[in-house]
Design a binder for this molecule. Structure first.
Ligand SMILES: Cc1ncc(C[n+]2csc(CCOP(=O)(O)OP(=O)(O)O)c2C)c(N)n1
Ligand SMILES: [Mg+2]
Length: 475
């Protein structure tokens, strides 16, 4: 094998462009704090270019009134010993463009969509909410193994997705049907995955609701919480480098969705920190719906929600009313612009909403929350109802249109449902494929063994349900 002498190695062209903008060598004054006191000015200072500074060297300007740690730039010395108390700070505000009555409350807000475009997005929200009801019931009837609804979170998903470019790269958690729908996932796409039939690109290997779409630039959902977040930072870093190498590529961001519960995972912190330090164009979108299965937010964290953590990592952050479609769309639009500034940087959005339904079909939420709490939320504020009120006030929607839309959506869903349910399951052979590029002798032997077993006991299995029956094992 050819070896490259270390001394002749040059920085790869991949890494070289990182120096401009956020990673440019710059003068960074660093402080050495006197070990004797926290309030004095006794330290010495020296300013050196960071590129020449040894990692452990610290310095402090004489008689300075500030500490100049890299992460605490201009922290003033103080001779009063005060512990900061989070409760003394107001919670970060929650941005709204339209209130729960459908009234515009931000005087600077100007809708940027045509009537047809708004109606299309409202239609997307209605579609996922009706599909959720039908599929939840279908699971109860034993027609699919599992389902998760997104009731109450339709605006977070459809509103934010509508502000992204179709070329942007998306990572979801699992409750983001609205994102898939807005980006063009069809009802058949949903149903083929849910019924794990042979048209499911995942070949039925994933649990229901673990959708993915290469064409729509949405990575496949994976169950272990928050794993999508460091992946999102990495993907955003790749997009940044891609554009540095080829500036003619249109600018793209990564959008990464997650729940407030997932934000307790170490992966969340790793993702935000690496995205901040490497200047990755990633928009992190937290759906704060009040619960992580049975754990309410009160037991999940003590700080000011998820938003305050963004500031801690030096990330531009906003909290938004997740039940306000327009507010979510506006903040995502702005977040996308910000993420592409300064050579790329992350942005965090915390969308406040409420998980109206049970966590999944495997959960009964009335074991840990009062029914009246849910009923109150549904009555008081609902993202679909709020956008509908706004549309009605504008004169573009009414009771008849609502009824017609709901009826036709229901019909379309049921049609896609019965088609997908009838389709065959993926060929049995697919159980053995895709682990290695080619079947290994051991895997071939196992496949042969299964074939012999099925030959012996054909009546014990619904072989006809699978594409090609047991013949797919014969090849
Ligand atoms: C690493 C890991 N731990 C635990 C689980 C089990 N689990 C699945 S969903 C969930 C709750 C997540 O809550 P949140 O992130 O708030 O999302 P939400 O369900 O509210 O949309 C938990 C604990 C998991 N899938 N992965
Ligand atoms: Mg949650």
């Amino acid at each position: 094998m050819k070896r490259i002498a270390r001394s002749t190695q040059r920085p790869s062209s991949l890494l070289r462009p990182l120096t401009p903008s956020t990673h440019q060598p710059r003068l960074v004054p660093i402080a050495i704090q006197s070990s004797k006191t926290t309030t004095t000015t006794t330290a010495t200072t020296q300013t050196v270019p960071s590129s020449r500074r040894h990692a452990s060297s610290l310095s402090q300007r004489p008689d300075s009134s500030h500490v100049m740690f890299p992460g605490a730039v201009k922290s003033a010395f103080s001779n009063s010993m005060t512990f900061e108390e989070p409760s003394k700070y107001d919670a970060l505000p929650t941005y709204r463009a339209v209130d729960q009555h459908g009234q515009v409350v931000d005087p600077s807000f100007k809708p940027d969509l045509s009537d047809e475009e708004v109606i299309k997005l409202y239609h997307d929200m209605l579609t996922v909410s009706i599909m959720d009801l039908i599929m939840f019931d279908a699971q109860r009837q034993g027609r699919l193994s599992f389902y998760m609804v997104s009731a109450g979170e339709e605006a977070v998903c459809v509103g934010s997705a509508s502000a992204l470019s179709s070329e942007d790269v998306v990572f979801c958690q699992y409750r983001e049907q609205g994102v898939f729908k807005q980006r063009g996932f069809t009802l058949s796409d949903f149903m083929n995955q849910l019924f794990a039939n042979h048209k499911d690109p995942g070949k039925g290997r994933n649990m229901p609701v673990h959708y993915g779409s290469k064409e729509l630039n949405i990575h496949t959902i994976s169950s272990p919480l928050a794993t999508q977040l460091p992946q999102a930072s990495g993907a955003a870093y790749a997009l940044k480098i891609q554009r540095m190498q080829n500036p003619t590529v249109p600018p793209r961001v990564v959008a990464a969705y997650f729940g407030e519960g997932a934000a307790s995972e170490g992966d969340f912190h790793a993702a935000l920190n690496i995205a901040a330090t490497r200047g990755c164009p990633a928009v992190f979108i937290c759906r704060n719906n009040g619960y992580a299965i049975s754990t309410p937010t009160l037991e999940q964290y003590r700080g000011d929600g998820i938003a305050s953590r963004g500031l801690g990592y030096g990330i531009d952050t906003i909290r938004v009313d997740g039940n306000d479609f327009w507010a979510v769309r506006e903040v995502t639009k702005r977040a996308r612009e910000l993420a592409l500034q300064d050579g790329g940087k992350p942005v965090l959005i915390e969308a406040m909403t409420y998980r109206v339904s049970h966590h999944s079909t495997s959960d009964d939420s009335f074991a840990y929350r009062a029914k009246v709490e849910v009923e109150d939320w549904k009555r008081r504020d609902n993202p679909i109802g709020r956008l509908r009120k706004w549309m009605e006030a504008k004169g573009i929607w009414d009771e008849n249109k609502e009824r017609e839309a709901r009826d036709s959506i229901r019909r379309e869903i049921l049609k896609a449902f019965s088609q997908a349910e009838k389709e065959k399951k993926p060929a049995i052979r697919t159980m053995f494929e895709d682990v290695y590029e080619e079947l290994t002798p051991e895997i071939k032997a196992q496949m042969k063994e299964l074939k012999e077993h099925l030959d012996q006991f054909p009546e014990e299995y619904d072989l006809g349900d699978f594409d090609g029956g047991k013949d797919s094992l014969a090849k």
